[in-house]
Design a protein around this ligand. Structure first.
Ligand code: ATP
Length: 268
């Protein structure tokens, strides 16, 4: 379990995180959503230790990451898999070299053992023919899958994904969402995904955290969100045609159709 208590982060005189407290549910897909600039990426970077908050606690199984020494932090980092925005692959390395990189850095495995692991994760993300290709020779969706394979290579306990669907077409986005969900279930990872993509809520929203101006405004799952009465959340999700349609469908299926007057933000 990861628990945040009153996490605050500022840059110069701008307070970006204004006291974030939340539990990240173990073994589930936890989604962080919110408008642009609400602090999602800063929050994710605090949770993985790339930023240090000025105040608050980030507890991994009860141990505060903020107070860990360098050795303890390095150990924790090895249980974390991270998919960065834009995939962050090394351009001069082949797909398999990119995926093997964390093993070269952190493990004493033999060459054959490393190859076996690389082959396994590349098969897992359905990239069996791309071992020798360079990032420039593969599509955006394939790059994401390479990034996911690399994030899995150390068998992480925690998986963090920053905008895994950015720059992808809807069909490929759906495949990436499904892959992240499958991996969460198969590897029992505690997964945290920062996303703008409303479709992802349907696929992966076991636990959704809506961040508004540096604070947790709403928490729930992808069923509860259809019945939320939080005006700020409703204004945010109302912007998505897909989500409006999905919400209507859900309410009709539940025998609780939308009211006729629900034609503007906040009117649910
Ligand atoms: N390294 C930094 N130095 C200074 N300000 C920063 C830094 N990183 C983020 N910020 C500021 O923090 C605020 C929140 O940024 P963040 O990237 O977390 O937003 P976001 O919710 O992820 O937005 P988006 O959905 O557009 O990616 C922004 O105003 C941004 O300019």
């Amino acid at each position: 379990m990861i628990t945040l208590k009153n996490v605050k982060k500022r840059f110069d005189d701008k307070e970006v995180l204004k006291g974030v407290s939340m539990d990240i549910e173990p073994g589930k897909c936890n989604l962080i959503i919110g408008t642009s600039g609400s602090g999602k990426s800063v929050l994710l970077k605090c949770i993985v230790g790339l930023f240090t908050p000025e105040e608050g606690e980030i507890l991994y199984e009860g141990e505060d990451m903020v107070k860990m020494n360098t050795k303890e932090r390095a150990e924790l980092r090895q249980s974390i898999g991270m998919l960065f925005q834009g995939s962050a692959l090394f351009d001069s390395m082949t797909v398999e070299q990119n995926v093997r990189f964390p093993l070269d850095m952190f493990s004493d495995l033999s060459k054959a053992e490393k190859q076996e692991k690389v082959d396994y994760v590349l098969e897992k993300v359905n990239l069996v023919d791309a071992h020798k290709k360079l990032p420039a020779e593969i599509s955006g969706g394939m790059k994401k899958r390479v990034g996911i394979a690399r994030s899995l290579i150390l068998n992480p306990k925690y998986l963090f994904c920053d905008e895994p669907n950015s720059g992808l077409d809807p069909q490929t986005s759906l495949l990436i969402d499904k892959l992240i969900r499958e991996i969460t279930e198969e590897y029992h990872t505690t997964t945290v995904v920062v996303t703008h993509d409303m479709n992802s809520l349907m696929e992966m929203g076991d636990h959704i955290i809506y961040l508004h101006q540096g604070r947790v405004q709403w928490e729930g799952n992808n069923k509860e969100i259809f019945y939320s009465e939080d005006e700020l959340l409703n204004d945010f999700i109302f912007a998505s045609d897909f989500f409006q349609d999905a919400r209507k469908m859900r309410r009709i299926e539940d025998g609780n159709p939308e009211e006729e007057t629900a034609d503007k933000p906040g009117n649910y």
